[in-house]
Structure formats: structure tokens, C-alpha cells
Design a protein around this ligand. Structure first.
Ligand SMILES: *Cc1c(COP(=O)(O)O)cnc(C)c1O
Length: 456
């Protein structure tokens, strides 16, 4: 076992060393070689080192360097050294992070991490929390607690009796809601199509003047950080209206919630502390390994009512038992990665990580604008939308950038306009990465546009 783990560490280190020189997306040859995985199920056991070798020799070259400082696709984030190392040790423990009496260390560490998260994100210190797979499940978990509360107030026990015959719940989202939140609503039986969609402005922010009159039972889903523009719904104007109507207010802050950790950006989160539940990802901006989503709820008992198996499954002790607050029972001890990231960064390190990403995003926007390209969003945090001309030209530039390999950014359509989206979310991104990437983007965009005019 010791030799195997040493070899694993060596191979992993070699993989990470390649970040300086390798292209971001794998080449066609490496992708083609993946066919080697298509072998019949072996009839007999083999040396584990041989399996590791196959994984590294064929698998590693066909990965995208998503943790690289020059990967700007989606909203991804890398993995901090302390988080990766602690994740490995925790995997060696192979402990379920469910109950104190199953194993105490993961529970203690998760409980500490929860307190630190509430502190660094500026949320009420007595909130409950769940460590889940990602923001899709975190939204589901927070809204499930809301569903419990708004129906209990209407005299209905949804966990016991389900939704058939229950008083209908009005669910409000913004027109630019993340599609995974709509999926969560479907999973919860609240329906993907029966939501009320509030009109938004040109940044995708819910228009407070268009917020509907509501009657209970109702759930309002706000967004802190639109995946395209990074924009924040006007929580300070909407939450009081929603609360007046007796609605539960849930916040999808998959990456935007982290703005609260950086003093210069914290104003964007003003008013959000008055919500009832919040969802975010640690695998995005906190830079821990997948999978790591988080839910926080002001009403801890509601979260427990929605998520616990039954009160009698195992006797309660003095510790907060993670399994009472999550959709899963057995699961990896996810709190460990979050704890390690927060402990190694400290308050100032988290603030610096967030602020640095925002600063680099602003630099991308400034230099692309100075070169004559249109920036489609107000760059408030780490997201930049750039157009290189008409949709066809923009798409050709994006494709050429991805093929060239210095950096990687994806395409999107923002309110009818085709754009390249740059998300700066990795702790590994340096000033030099930004310069190298800008040089490549400007050179390639120039070449694509010049080539087109020659063709014409
Ligand atoms: C990424 C994202 C999600 C989904 O998160 P997963 O971790 O991929 O499940 C939801 N909402 C927003 C705003 C996001 O950016």
C-alpha cells in the first residue's frame, strides 16, 4: 500500500507540473487513446499499480486542465494544496461523515467548518447547514426546508403526507434563474413550469419594481451572482416584500456568496443576510476538490425536519450530527476539504483569493475593451462577457482560442447576444497567466478577423 500511495503522489505531482506547459484542452490524439479503456471486464485480479498506470498514462493526457490558472470556462475553481492533501488523507480514513458515533473526527471537523463558513460569509452564527455534492443539491436542500415551513404554516405536513392535496405553493424566480435551480424545483415536486418569473434588467437582476404581490404559501428564490454577468438581485429591496407576504426566501449564491468574504465586494451581499436559506459551492470559489456544495438555513429545525430520516433512527447525542441535515446518509466526509481550505487561507487568504479573481476579471475587461471589443456586462465580480463582433465571428474566435491551447474560455448567449465568457475563479491564476492569456486572445481574435476579411 505504501509503495502504491507513493507512486500515486509522484504521478499526481507530475500531472500538476505539466500545468505550466501543457495545452488546456486535450489534443485529439489523447482523446482518441481513451479507446484503450474499452477492454472486457478482467476475469481475474491484477496488480493495483498496473491499474493506476493505465489511469495515468491514458487518462491524464485526456483531461482538461480545469485547475489551471489559465482555465476560465464555466465557473470552476481549482483545488488548494491543503484541501487536496486533506482530501487524500480523508480518503485513506474512508470514514463516512454521517454520525459522531460512527466516527467522531469527520463530524467535529465539519462542525468547526460550518461555524467558520458562517463567519466568513457574514451569515447569522446560529444557522444550520448541510454539506452536499454541489449547488444543485444545495438549492434543493434549502428549498426543501422552505417547503416544510411554508406548508407547516398552512397546516400541512409535507414530509408525512407528500404534495398530493397540499395547498399550492407559489414559487418565484428571476427570469435569469440558473437552470439547475429550476431542476431542483422539479425534483421537489414544485414543478419546473409553474414558477412565476420576475422580469430582469440588462444585467439579469430581478427588477424590484416588477416583483409580484404574493400570498402564502410562497417561496422566493433570489440569485447572488448570475452565471453570465456575476450580477446580484436587489435583495435589500425584495426580501422585505417577500417576508411581508410570509414567503420563505432562498438564495442561490453558488459562487456569488463568496463576495461577502472580500471587504471591497461585500456591499454586493447587502440585504442577503435577511434571507431564510442560502446555497453555495465550495468547489467553485473556495477551490476545494469536487464535490462540495453547502446549504445554510436560519431555521435549523426546519432543515432537520426536511432531511432527517426519523427521529428514532439513532439516539441524539450532544454533537450536531451531519446526517440529520443532508439528503444522503452515507457520504464522504466533505467538511474536511472545506475546513482545510479555510484553515490554510485564514480570513485574509479567502478575501485575497476572491479579490484577486475580481481584479483579474476587471483587467481582462479593460484590455479587451481597449482593443476595441465590446464587454457586455458590468464586471462586478469575476465574470466577463466579451463579444468579438457578430455571433459567427465570436464563435470562431472562441473555437480558435480553445484549439490554440494557451487558455480556455467557453461561449454563451447573453440576452440574445453571443459572447465568450471569462470566469476567473482559480487560486492559481497569476498576473502572468492573465498576461499570457490576454496576449493569446488578442492575437487569435485579430487573426480570425483578418482571415475573414481576406476570405471576403
Ligand atoms: C454552478 C451553479 C449552479 C449549479 O452548481 P453545481 O455545483 O454544478 O450543482 C447553480 N447556480 C449557479 C448560479 C451556479 O453558478
Amino acid at each position: 500500500m505504501r509503495d502504491l500511495l507513493r507512486e500515486t503522489a509522484d504521478r499526481a505531482a507530475r500531472y500538476l507540473d505539466g500545468f505550466g506547459t501543457r495545452r488546456i484542452a486535450p489534443d485529439l490524439e489523447a482523446v482518441g487513446a481513451l479507446e484503450r479503456f474499452r477492454e472486457p471486464l478482467p476475469e481475474a485480479p491484477s496488480d493495483p499499480a498496473e491499474t493506476l498506470r493505465l489511469l495515468d498514462e491514458i487518462g491524464s493526457p485526456a483531461t482538461t486542465l480545469m485547475g489551471s490558472g489559465r482555465y476560465f470556462g464555466f465557473v470552476i475553481g481549482s483545488k488548494l494544496p491543503a484541501a487536496l492533501a486533506s482530501n487524500w488523507l480523508a480518503t485513506a480514513w474512508d470514514n463516512s461523515g454521517s454520525y459522531w458515533r460512527v466516527s467522531p473526527a469527520p463530524v467535529m471537523i465539519e462542525n468547526v467548518a460550518l461555524g467558520w463558513l458562517l463567519d466568513v460569509l457574514g451569515l447569522p452564527a446560529d444557522c444550520g447547514g448541510s454539506f452536499v455534492t454541489g449547488a444543485t443539491m444545495a438549492n434543493l436542500t434549502g428549498i426543501a426546508a422552505g417547503r416544510h415551513v411554508v406548508l407547516r404554516r398552512a397546516g400541512w405536513d409535507v414530509e408525512a403526507d407528500g404534495l398530493f392535496g397540499a395547498p399550492p405553493i407559489t414559487v418565484v424566480v428571476g427570469e435569469e434563474v440558473h437552470p439547475t435551480l429550476v431542476k431542483s424545483l422539479g425534483l421537489l415536486g414544485l414543478g419546473r413550469n409553474r414558477v412565476v418569473r420576475v422580469p430582469v434588467d440588462d444585467q439579469g437582476r430581478m427588477r424590484a419594481d416588477a416583483f409580484p404581490r404574493l400570498a402564502a404559501p410562497a417561496i422566493v428564490c433570489l440569485q447572488a451572482g448570475n452565471v453570465n454577468t456575476g450580477a446580484f438581485d436587489p435583495a435589500a429591496e425584495i426580501i422585505p416584500q417577500a417576508r411581508e407576504a410570509g414567503a420563505w426566501v432562498h438564495v442561490d449564491g453558488a459562487f456569488g456568496l463568496w463576495a461577502a468574504a472580500a471587504p471591497a465586494r461585500a456591499h454586493l451581499m447587502r440585504g442577503y443576510e435577511a434571507a431564510d436559506s442560502w446555497a453555495t459551492d465550495a468547489h467553485k470559489w473556495l477551490n476545494v476538490p469536487y464535490d462540495s456544495g453547502l446549504t445554510f438555513t436560519r431555521d435549523t429545525e426546519a432543515l432537520r425536519a426536511a432531511m432527517s430520516i426519523t427521529a428514532a433512527y439513532l439516539p441524539a447525542g450532544d454533537q450536531r450530527e451531519p446526517a440529520h441535515y443532508t439528503p444522503e446518509l452515507s457520504r464522504r466526509a466533505r467538511g474536511i476539504d472545506v475546513w482545510a481550505a479555510l484553515r490554510s487561507l485564514g480570513r485574509s487568504g479567502v478575501a485575497d483569493l476572491v479579490e484577486r479573481c475580481c481584479r483579474y476579471a476587471t483587467r481582462f475587461a479593460d484590455e479587451l475593451r481597449a482593443a476595441g471589443y465590446e464587454i457586455l456586462n458590468e464586471v462586478v465580480i469575476n465574470q466577463v462577457l466579451v463579444s468579438f463582433g457578430d455571433p459567427e465571428t465570436t464563435n470562431r474566435v472562441i473555437q480558435a482560442i480553445q484549439q490554440e491551447g494557451t487558455c480556455w474560455a467557453g461561449g454563451t448567449v447573453w440576452q440574445g447576444r453571443t459572447a465568450m465568457r471569462i470566469s476567473v475563479s482559480s487560486w492559481e491564476t497569476t498576473e502572468e497567466d492573465v498576461e499570457r492569456s490576454l496576449e493569446a486572445i488578442l492575437r487569435i481574435a485579430g487573426e480570425v478577423r483578418a482571415g475573414q476579411s481576406v476570405e471576403r
